[in-house]
Design a protein around this ligand. Structure first.
Ligand code: ZN
Length: 315
């Protein structure tokens, strides 16, 4: 029933630093500039490919000066977000990211793929994984050559203390299958696997509990085709024993949220209506878009948000 990853969402510190890293560093496209629907004085940035295709999306809430403390990585959380890049591109990425003053480290090859690791200004951990045969078209105008640019999400790494119940949910209900295993890490994949359809479950019985806050991933979202699948899956999750939210309208998709047994916050989001619902492909991400119910507050919202620039951000 799950098609692929949909997006990964994190709490970050400074809005401009986040834009500079994601646009100028990673070369992603800002596909939507809106506000947190649960706190309209905080931006919600969506980054992805040209159209914001599900499976390419990284999204952030910049909470600087809003009373949120730095979080801590640990059990019950996504601890690393991985993007897919072409085989042979990692040296180019190292040069590019180091030129921006970022610390880049080699990862040991994972399940046959080479990778590097870099942290963003908030301390979030990203990996670039060199993947053969990822046919997705990269965003061509992000200042990164097409033979190097990010294709989309590769996978996420979850950390849990005990993997058994997490695996039971993911394989029994969400449609994932175990495809590989290494010391302390189980790889599951859905819809035939490949970049954008993978999650790695790291397990460590002694891991400290995660603390939500600045510099941590808030949740990972998976894609379903439509409303019917989402409602059916919600019923199955309730029967499994998960607490699941009602269906929430996120304007660009509909969502349900629940915690998997290891404590990681999961979301299941629909493919439609997508990011072209209120902007054209050419102008995506340029204007501040608000949900219809917030339009009456636009002047107040715009007045309170910190000024940012996105035109040639950090490049
Ligand atoms: Zn989300």
């Amino acid at each position: 029933m799950i098609l692929s990853l949909h997006h990964v969402t994190a709490t970050v510190d400074d809005a401009q630093e986040d834009l500079d890293f994601c646009l100028g560093g990673l070369g992603l496209r800002l596909v939507k500039k809106t506000v947190n629907f649960d706190n309209h004085h905080v931006y919600h940035f969506y980054y992805g490919d040209e159209r914001g295709t599900p499976g390419t999306l990284w999204t952030t809430f910049p909470y600087k000066s809003r009373g949120v403390k730095p979080g801590a990585k640990g059990a019950g959380q996504v601890t690393a977000t991985s993007f897919s890049v072409p085989v042979g591109s990692l040296d180019r990425w190292k040069t590019r990211l180091r030129a921006r003053g970022l610390e880049v480290a080699d990862e040991a090859p994972r399940f046959g793929e080479e990778a590097l690791r870099v942290a963003d200004p908030s301390g979030l951990v990203f990996e670039l994984i060199a993947t053969d045969g990822d046919a997705r078209t990269p965003w061509a105008r992000g200042g990164v050559a097409a033979g190097v640019a990010i294709r989309g999400l590769h996978s996420v790494t979850l950390l849990v203390r005990e993997p058994a119940k997490t695996l039971e949910l993911m394989t029994g209900l969400l449609g994932f299958a175990v495809v590989d295993e290494a010391e302390g890490r189980i790889r599951v994949a859905v819809s035939g696997g490949g970049a954008g359809r993978i999650m790695d479950i790291r397990h460590d019985p002694d891991a400290d509990a995660a603390v939500n806050g600045l510099g941590t991933v808030h949740h990972v979202a998976m894609a379903v085709a439509g409303d019917d699948d989402q409602v059916r899956l919600r019923e199955e999750l309730l029967q499994f024993g998960c607490k699941v939210t009602e269906v929430r309208d996120r304007c660009y998709f509909k969502s349900i949220y629940f915690r998997e047994p290891g404590g990681v916050l999961f979301e299941v989001a629909t493919i439609r209506p997508g990011f072209l619902a209120d902007e054209s492909v050419a102008t995506l991400g340029q204007a501040l878009k608000l949900p219809p119910w917030e339009e009456m507050n636009r002047a107040d919202i715009e007045g309170a948000l910190v000024p940012i620039h996105t035109s040639r951000s950090g490049t």
